[in-house]
Design a protein around this ligand. Structure first.
Ligand code: 5RP
Length: 219
């Protein structure tokens, strides 16, 4: 099955995780686009959505799904989002779509993070996918030098300004064996807004699209 079909498959499978009558946390990316399209089919049975990007909010509204600001809700039963990589413990790299800061904020509101991904995203060790880090522009070079000391090479994502008006470094060459420790360390660096390791906000469940169908991984 091609990747797009797998995305459609897991996007549809994620509907079973939606709590009827609730506000749904919705992430960002091409897999989430498939979920949003599927969610439109049950829009009368949800109160609405909180989204992690302008892109997802626009798609939700285009389907007639009400979009709430994150400030308007105290908690969400579930947050559904994709990942660039996920390991067998539910730790993830996210931010390929530059929405990592808002993704972490909305994930933090949610009781459960449900990851939807095709099988190519499952890895043993995080780091093959260049790690996105949202930084304040004045700190970009300084933060990049810190990653060199950890064995990585950080490259500025050219031409990208996030929804928060900041920039993205993509860090190549890392092997993140201790995602929790790594996230804690990088979070301390001045100028780092968000590191794209989701360890404190890891997945509770992953719906993985494979040629054999949707595999459910529980963590
Ligand atoms: C956006 C993300 C996405 O979840 C991640 O990039 C996966 O995207 P896709 O579903 O298009 O492969 O973190 O910031």
């Amino acid at each position: 099955m091609n990747q797009q079909k797998l995305k459609v498959l897991v996007g549809r499978a994620a509907l079973e995780q939606v709590v009827e009558g609730s506000v749904v946390g919705v992430g960002t990316g091409s897999t989430v686009d498939c979920f949003i399209d599927a969610l439109a089919g049950m829009k009368e049975r949800i109160a609405g959505a909180v989204s992690s990007s302008m892109r997802s909010s626009e798609r939700l509204r285009a389907h007639g799904i009400r979009v709430f600001e994150a400030e308007a809700v105290e908690s969400l039963p579930v947050y559904i989002d994709g990942a660039d990589e996920i390991d067998r413990r539910g730790f993830m790299i996210k931010g390929g779509g530059a929405a990592l800061t808002r993704e972490k904020i909305v994930a933090d509101l949610a009781e459960r993070f449900v990851c939807i991904a095709d099988a190519s995203k499952l890895v043993d060790v995080l780091g093959r996918f260049p790690l996105p880090v949202e930084v304040l522009p004045m700190a970009a070079a300084q933060v990049a030098r810190r990653f060199v000391r950890l064995g990585g090479q950080a490259r500025l994502r050219e031409g990208v300004v996030t929804d928060n008006g900041q920039c993205i470094l993509d860090v190549h060459g890392l092997q993140i064996t201790d995602p929790l420790g790594f996230e804690t360390e990088v979070n301390q660096w001045p100028g780092v807004l968000t590191v794209g390791v989701f360890a404190r906000h890891k997945a509770a469940l992953c719906l993985l699209g494979t040629d054999e169908g949707v595999q459910t991984l529980r963590f």
